[in-house]
Design a binder for this molecule. Structure first.
Ligand code: NDP
Length: 300
């Protein structure tokens, strides 16, 4: 038993941002256009407000044209769809992100469908989902958290993941399923686990790459981890932290870090692992979308 390498998501994300800035500079030098990101928020949800603010600030740091549209919680679906149509047609905007969840009176599916697939920097539009599963990576915009998770694996294991056994716990549309598609394209042998999976610990023990995207605090125990493997913990869970004082909380992942770190070869911490990659990949997607829309895909 040793101690795993701890994958520094913040440092890897900073590297992604540096590449984004380079691409942005080249794009502006050659086309005169800056990549533009529009972030749309409906309502006052405090967590969503923080996310939207961080995305807009990061876009500014990257030297993008950055727009934030904050709409009242009473905004009608028709008005929201009209705003998205304007952004779809706006040549200064290359990426459109609608912060979820939306208020109950608005049909989320309809809204996601209305975003131009070429500007869908979240990668949630069915056209991009289809492109990803058809292996058309040059045309797709890929969901940010899954794409960031793959970069972290390659950081730990090297660029060639071919033939490795990967186990993904979770099959949501925003994390689990796209991670599965990306791992398949990396030539991994992929097992997808979920609530109905029998003997999950035994299945996890086969994994050279174990991805936990479950939403259950510290569910994956150290003895589920194959010695020397790479563990990517996507989970973000808030639990009570009485050691910090009464009523205090802290953020943990879906993996029991203290147990797994003794067995794995490499592991992402929470916070500071996958989290910082998500926003970095959003910036990367914006530059990619801009380069394609400006007819210079090779600059992305
Ligand atoms: P969902 O709740 O949409 O999906 C959870 C998945 O885990 C489901 O497929 C579910 O199975 C499966 N699951 C739940 N409980 C169990 C269990 N006991 N055993 C086996 N499988 C189980 O969550 P998301 O995919 O949206 O998110 C997953 C986690 O990742 C969350 O903690 C979330 O906060 C975090 N997250 C982090 C991001 C980041 O930037 N780092 C971005 C997005 C999410 P079934 O389908 O059978 O119900």
């Amino acid at each position: 038993n040793g101690t795993a390498d701890i994958i520094d998501g913040k440092a890897v994300a900073a590297g992604v941002i540096e590449r984004v800035k380079g691409a942005r500079n080249q794009l502006e030098a050659e086309t005169g256009v800056r990549p533009g990101l529009a972030v749309v928020l409906v309502g006052e949800d405090p967590a969503s407000r923080v996310y939207v603010r961080n995305k807009s600030l990061k876009a500014e740091e990257c030297g993008f044209h950055s727009e934030q549209h904050s709409l009242s919680v009473e905004t009608s679906e028709t008005d929201l769809l009209a705003l998205i149509q304007r952004l779809n047609a706006d040549p200064a905007v290359h990426g459109i992100l609608v912060q979820l969840p939306l208020p109950k009176h608005i049909d989320e599916k309809k809204v996601l469908l209305s975003v131009s697939p070429e500007k869908d920097v979240d990668g949630f539009h069915p056209i991009n989902v289809g492109r990803l599963s058809a292996g058309a990576r040059d045309e797709a915009l890929m969901p940010c958290t899954p794409a960031g998770s793959i970069i972290l694996m390659k950081h730990a294991l090297g660029p060639n993941l071919s033939g490795l056994d990967a186990v993904v716990i979770g099959r949501s549309n925003i994390v689990g399923k796209p991670v599965v598609q990306l791992l398949l394209q990396e030539n991994c042998t992929v097992t997808v686990a979920h609530r109905w999976t029998r003997d999950l610990p035994a299945i996890c023990r086969r994994a050279d790459i174990l991805v936990a995207a479950v939403g259950q605090a510290q569910m994956v125990k150290g003895d589920w981890v194959k010695p020397g493997s790479c563990v990517i913990d996507v989970g973000i869970n808030r639990i009570a932290a009485p050691e910090k004082g009464e009523g205090k909380t802290r953020i943990v992942g879906d993996v029991d870090f203290d147990g797994a770190v003794k067995v794995a070869g490499a592991i992402t911490p929470v916070p500071g692992g996958v989290g910082p990659m998500t926003i970095a990949l959003l910036m990367a997607n914006t530059v990619t979308a801009a380069a394609r829309l400006l007819g210079r895909p090779e600059l992305a």
